[in-house]
Design a protein. Structure first.
Ligand code: FAD
Length: 269
């Protein structure tokens, strides 16, 4: 039977994380499902857990002149309802899961889980977001690409919590976001595609196609310089390594990505 820790504040949480090997539980919408057991039995957690959802120090949304700061404990519902945050970001989170799940599921949980289908990740890659990690004795700031190192793998150390996400303020001129799934609501993505036209040009991030999100600054440069459509499409095709799985096929995902890229580039001309 695993032990439960319920800290009174962030300091206590980080002290306990430094002293024990603990699994953080935020909204529990990923973890509890993965740990489900036969009816009547307690959850099959893989170790002792620490509950962090109630910690006020992780539930904030603030802004500076250059960035938004979003605490890891902010729920998807709070994110969507926050007028301060840009519409293109709220649209992505508003299409995740269902209202009931969004009331519990946190931003930090979606990022820490590092699932290839996590819908927040393409947005964070396209925006060049940074992840702030805190432990009892350290604070680290990592670009999202350095944090997400593989399918279900992150650069987080066992004694660290995700503290916040830093989302740079961009001057957005155009966006295209598409989440493709079996149905509209409560479904994991077959493909999630985020294109932004910011002051420095096109940024494109594609989720659910590989183990981690696909983003290529070299191909974006080619788009910005008006390079040949074929060379851009071939370049992206070469980056899509995923295989067929229970949600979709490699071929379907490739076709969706190519169609969306063509739409994006046509609108640019
Ligand atoms: C019905 C249903 C529909 C869903 N639909 C979608 C969807 O459309 N798109 C999508 O992307 N996801 C979806 N999900 C998955 C899930 O809801 C999200 O990934 C959610 O954001 C997870 O957040 P959480 O707070 O519940 O995480 P938890 O389940 O509490 O934790 C998930 C992981 O993150 C870790 N963790 C949590 N917080 C921190 C932190 N601050 N620091 C370090 N580690 C931390 C935990 O240890 C665990 O490994 C769905 C889930 C369900 C049940």
């Amino acid at each position: 039977m695993y032990k439960n820790y319920r800290p009174n504040n962030l300091k206590e949480a980080l002290d306990w994380m430094a002293e024990h090997k603990l699994i953080p539980v935020a909204g529990g919408t990923d973890l509890m499902i993965r740990a489900r057991n036969w009816q009547g039995a307690s959850r099959a957690m893989k170790g002792d857990v620490i509950y962090i959802q109630h910690l006020d120090e992780l539930r904030f949304i603030t802004e500076t002149e250059t960035d938004y700061h979003i605490g890891a404990g902010v729920t998807q519902a709070q994110f969507c309802q926050c007028d301060m945050l840009p519409d293109y970001a709220r649209e992505v989170v508003g299409q995740m899961a269902t209202p009931a799940i969004r009331n519990a599921a946190t931003i930090g949980g979606n990022i820490a889980n590092a699932a290839s289908v996590a819908d927040l990740l393409p947005l964070l890659y396209a925006a060049d977001a940074k992840i702030v990690l805190r432990s009892r004795d350290s604070r680290r700031v990592l670009p999202i690409q350095s944090f997400e190192i593989g399918k279900y793998k992150t650069a987080r150390r066992a004694d660290e919590l995700i503290f916040e996400v830093i989302l740079p303020k961009l001057e957005i001129r155009r966006t295209l976001y598409k989440k493709m799934g079996q149905r509209r609501a409560s479904i994991l993505s077959k493909v999630s595609f985020m294109a932004l036209e910011a002051e420095d040009g096109t940024r494109i991030a594609i989720g659910a196609v590989n183990d981690t999100v696909v983003r290529s600054k070299e191909l974006e440069k080619r788009i910005n310089e008006g390079g040949g459509v074929k060379s851009v499409l071939d370049g992206y095709k070469a980056l899509l390594h995923g295989s067929d799985d229970k949600r979709s096929t490699k071929r379907y995902r490739e076709r969706v990505v190519i169609n969306l890229l063509m739409k994006w580039m046509e609108e640019k001309r």
